[in-house]
Design a protein around this ligand. Structure first.
Ligand SMILES: [Zn+2]
Length: 390
């Protein structure tokens, strides 16, 4: 799933005046040890049938019915491969997207709303960088893009080494000479790979990189990495480039990435909470987070994964208010109530490239109202002064 695809979902709005509805379906796969029980398909069918019933009961038919039928069809013919799945549909507006996702979606659910439900994705999105996975050995390099569990090979470099010294059948000088030549060729190869990483980074193809290579090659390869690239390296895993499968690359790199996101998220959340008390570059609680969003100050948002709060939204100017006021304080138009304000916050974060972190257990965040934000800068509206961000 690419960033543009996520943005497209975040921008979607069903035209309720035409009875359109945005359907979001998430399928949580069975854990690997239960794969044979096929529980996921049974649960999925139940969830869709329930939705069909309640749609019929509330008089929502037509296009929604067609979407639900299609999802039911998908659930019925599901061949579980251990991956999560999501469908976003609105046939009234000719929209249907299907994605495979990491298997941590927190349950199988269907949502029928005016916007797509992106909360289950938000936990995975957690500021996903444009990630390059470079698989490197002494004569090969393969470059992959990894986006939300979708691994795509982008290119490769191959420098076949000369036959190694021991294969020559010579001893002494000849053998040593050949070995030195092979070592020199490997060094040139590492330099070429490093150069390719640097130019790809400068072209904006990736923002962070993970390297997969054999332990024996790591220190030599690492010492040839350009400093820019090294700064962007978030981890390494051990793998044999000649034999590793794409699934293994995806899973190993995914694990490195998740660990990095989690550590980075907790560190930044800690900063936001500290800054909220000291220099003002952090805010806590819904009211202040909404205010900061409106003034364009937010760099990162931190949510407890069970966070939910009522709020109102102005359909006219988009103003969000934590107070359930009947008319918009910005433009005076009638507001509409949101049962969960995160349904509005998450798409905003996605559209504006604000990093979004969801936490399962973060006591400090829980004590601060379950929502906080780190700010880019602090504008003081009373005096018009702007304090620079560090
Ligand atoms: Zn308004």
């Amino acid at each position: 799933m690419t960033r543009d695809e996520i943005r497209e979902l975040a921008a979607f709005q069903a035209d309720e005046s035409k009875g359109a509805c945005a359907l979001s379906f998430y399928l949580q796969p069975d854990p690997p040890q239960d794969r044979s029980h096929r529980r996921e398909a049974i649960v999925a069918k139940d969830v869709v049938k329930q939705a069909l019933k309640s749609a019929a009961a509330s008089g929502k038919n037509g296009s929604l019915h067609a979407d639900l039928d299609r999802v039911l069809d998908l659930a019925t013919n599901l061949r579980g491969n251990g991956r999560g799945r999501a469908v976003f549909a609105c046939s009234e507006q000719k929209f249907w997207r299907e994605y495979e996702l990491p298997p941590h979606l927190g349950g199988t659910h269907i949502y029928l709303q005016s916007r797509f439900q992106l909360k289950p994705l938000a936990a995975l999105l957690g500021a996903q960088p444009a990630l390059c996975v470079a698989m490197v050995d002494r004569q090969r390099a393969r470059f992959f893009d990894l986006r939300l569990d979708d691994l795509r090979e982008r290119g490769a470099i191959v420098h076949m080494l000369s036959r190694s010294g021991s294969n020559y059948g010579y001893n002494g000088y000849e053998g040593g000479h050949a070995e030195r030549r092979v070592a020199e060729e490997a060094l040139q190869h590492f330099k070429a790979v490093s150069e390719r990483l640097r130019t790809d980074f400068e072209k904006g193809i990736w923002e962070r990189v993970i390297v997969g290579c054999q332990d024996a090659n790591w220190s030599e390869f690492e010492s040839n990495l350009h400093p820019y690239v090294k700064q962007r390296l978030i981890g390494r895993f051990s793998a044999d480039v000649a034999s590793v499968s794409n699934e293994e690359i995806r899973d190993r790199a995914g694990a490195v990435l998740n660990r990095w996101i989690l550590e980075r998220g907790s560190k930044k959340a800690g900063e936001a909470l500290d800054f909220a008390k000291s220099n003002g570059r952090g805010v806590t609680g819904l009211r202040r987070v909404l205010q900061a969003l409106e003034t364009g100050e937010v760099q990162s948002i931190f949510l407890a994964d069970n966070y939910s709060a009522r709020a109102v939204e102005c359909p006219h100017c988009g103003h969000l208010d934590a107070h359930l006021v009947p008319s918009c304080v910005a433009c005076g138009n009638a507001t509409r109530e949101l049962t969960d304000v995160s349904d509005a916050i998450i798409p905003i974060a996605i559209r504006r490239d604000i990093e979004l972190f969801c936490f399962k257990d973060n006591d400090a965040l829980d004590r601060s109202g379950n929502i906080a934000a780190l700010l880019r800068f602090r504008s003081d509206h009373k005096t018009g002064q702007v304090a620079a961000a560090s």
